[in-house]
Design a protein around this ligand. Structure first.
Ligand SMILES: [Zn+2]
Length: 271
């Protein structure tokens, strides 16, 4: 199912019975307006999607992933457009996925196509985190998502082998990917007795990666403190990372994690 963003191709309108004189009547009455040749929008249409269609394609890539409610770090700006066959000449830069170009049939690209485009626009680790977000949100396995994406290049397979559908946030995904790349043995979403699920674990070190929205509720606030207390009693060490820690202060985070692991304080010893 696709999200209704209020921008439609002529074919989509035809399916809804809006064609010929009925379409002309809607346009004359102002309940629809023409965005570009063959594309129409309602007055309440999503303005970013309207812009993408006006530019000569569909909203795609990181912009489409964001529109679908998926995790994209704040550093990616601009309107990412995938040109339609006729929109190529007018568009300075078109995002493209791997393999043969897929025709543009909706104003907002479906998630698998947008993810394919984002492969070229995002850094490898950001793309893995975005992919995690797709897997987690759509409750898909990696092979199931790959099947929806069609033919994908080897490098995409390699990155997807580092994905984890259990990841609960983009910051958690980034932290996991970077810690594993640094050689740490990282457990994802382990269930700790008395504490519950935590984001990541390295030995006795529990790492909680807070998403931007996490601290909006008093319940979360209380629950986090109760969990920290229980963890401490059971000799776990808890490290809480913010979005800014992961996105902009990772070197310091890594230095702190190394300070703990180098001194072997995180090792699990049997008493
Ligand atoms: Zn792009």
């Amino acid at each position: 199912m696709s999200m209704d963003v209020g921008v439609y191709s002529r074919a989509e309108l035809r399916k809804r019975g809006l064609d010929g004189w009925i379409l002309r009547k809607e346009l004359a009455g102002g309940s629809l307006f023409s965005v570009r040749n063959g594309w129409y929008a309602v007055p309440s249409a999503d303005t970013v999607v309207v812009e993408a269609v006006r530019l000569g394609g569909a909203l795609s890539c990181v912009s489409a992933l964001r529109k679908h409610g998926l995790w994209v770090p704040s550093g990616y700006s601009g309107v990412h457009v995938r040109a339609s066959r006729h929109g190529k000449q007018q568009l300075a830069r078109s995002c493209q996925g791997p393999g043969r170009p897929v025709p543009v049939s909706t104003a907002l690209d479906p998630i698998p196509i947008a993810l394919g485009c984002a492969f070229r626009c995002m850094s490898d680790e950001d793309w893995i985190a975005g992919c995690d977000s797709v897997l987690n949100t759509l409750r898909l396995s990696v092979p199931a998502l790959q099947a929806e994406m069609g033919r994908i290049p080897q490098k995409m397979y390699d990155l997807m082998s580092k994905c984890d559908p259990n990841s609960q946030s983009g910051t958690e995904s980034l932290a996991r990917v970077r810690l594993r790349a640094a050689g740490f043995s990282v457990h994802v979403q382990p269930d700790i007795a008395g504490v519950g699920r935590v984001d990541l674990r390295i030995g006795r070190l529990l790492i909680e990666c807070d998403s931007v929205t996490h601290h909006t509720s008093l319940e979360n606030y209380r629950n986090d403190r109760r969990r920290d207390r229980t963890a401490l009693v059971n000799k776990w060490m808890t490290m809480r990372l913010t979005y800014d820690d992961v996105l902009y202060g990772w070197d310091e985070v890594m230095a702190d994690i190394r300070a703990i692991t180098d001194s072997d304080r995180h090792r699990i010893r049997s008493a």
